[in-house]
Design a protein around this ligand. Sequence first.
Ligand code: KG4
Ligand code: ZN
Length: 329
Amino acid sequence: MILSIESSCDDSSIAVTDILSKKVIYHKKISQELDHSKYGGVVPELAARLHAEALPKILQETKQYFPKLKAIAVTNGPGLAVTLVEGVTMAQALCISLGIPLIAVNHLHGHIYSLFIEKQTYFPQTVLLVSGGHTQVIEARGFDDFEIIAQTMDDSFGESFDKVAKMLGLGYPGGPIVEKYAKDGDMDRFKFTIPLVNSPKIAFSYSGLKNQVRLQIEALGSEKSEQDISDVCASFQKIATAHLIGKLKKIFKTREIKDFSIVGGASANLYLRDKIQKLCFENDAKLHLAKLQYCSDNAVMIGRYALDAFDKNNFIEFDKITSSAKITI
Ligand code: KG4
Ligand code: ZN
C-alpha cells in the first residue's frame, strides 16, 4: 500500500491506496473552508496551523496500515509554501521511521491522475485543468510527459468565481456558491464582454471580466436583491465559461483530439461540464471526468499518481525533497 498526503492549500487529506488493485483503502479530508470563509479567501498562516492540527489526527486513523506500506507520497508543489511544508515534513518523518521510500508529487499531475482513480491510466489526452490556482490546457502524452498548450495570463477560472463571491459578500470558496446562485439567475441580464474575444491568442484572462463584474456590483448599490445577486452570478458564469469554450474551439480546430478531460476543483461546475460535453460531441471527442468527490484537492489523486511513480521506481531521497510554490507542470 501507499500512503499519500495532500496539504497544498486548505484541505488536509490522507489516503491509503492498494498497489496491486489500485483500490482506495482509506481516505479522509478535513476541509478548512469554513475557517477561511469569513476572510473571503485562504489565509496561509491560519491554513498552516490548521494542517498542523488536522494531519496528525487523520494519520492516527491509518496506523493499522503502517506494516503494509511500501512508500509515502506527498504533494510538494505548487501550492502555499507554508502549508506544503506541513505535509512534506510529515512524509519525511514517516519515511525515516518506517524505512520506506518517498515519492514527491506535483499537485497538478495529481489533478490529472484524479481521472484514473481505481482505473487504468490512459494516454494520450488533452486536459483542461481548472482550479483555484490554475487554468491550463495540457497535452498529456504519458507519465510525466505533459505540455502546456494554453494558460491564463492572470487570474484563474476558479479564482474568478472566488473573487466574484467575495465582492458579493457570499463567502469562500466562491465556485459552488456562485454556481448555486446562478441557477436562479437571468444569464442575459448583464452584458459582460468575453475576454480576448477578438484576439487570435490562445490564452485565458479573467482579471478584466472580474473588473466588469465589480463595476456592475457597484452600480447596483447596497440595496441589492437576491434576484440581482443571482443575475450577476448567472451573467458572470455564462461569460467566464464562454471565454473558455471559445478558446477551446480554436484548440480543437488545430489539433486532432480524441480524448478530452476536465480536472481540478472548478471541473465540478455543472454548467461548464454541460458546455464542454457539447463541444466534445461536436468534435467527435470522448469526454473524461473525475468523480465529483475527487475534483477538488484530495490525497487520493496524489496516491493514484504515486502508483505509477512506484511502478517506475520514481523515488526521491527524503533529505532531497523540497517543497515549492512555484513548481509547474
Ligand atoms: O482544485 P482545487 O480544489 O484547489 C486548487 O488546486 O486550487 O480548486 C479550488 C477552486 C476554487 O477556486 C473554487 O472556487 C473552484 O475550484 N470551484 C468551482 C466550483 N467548485 C470549486 N468553481 C466553479 N464552479 C464550481 N462548482
Ligand atoms: Zn488543486
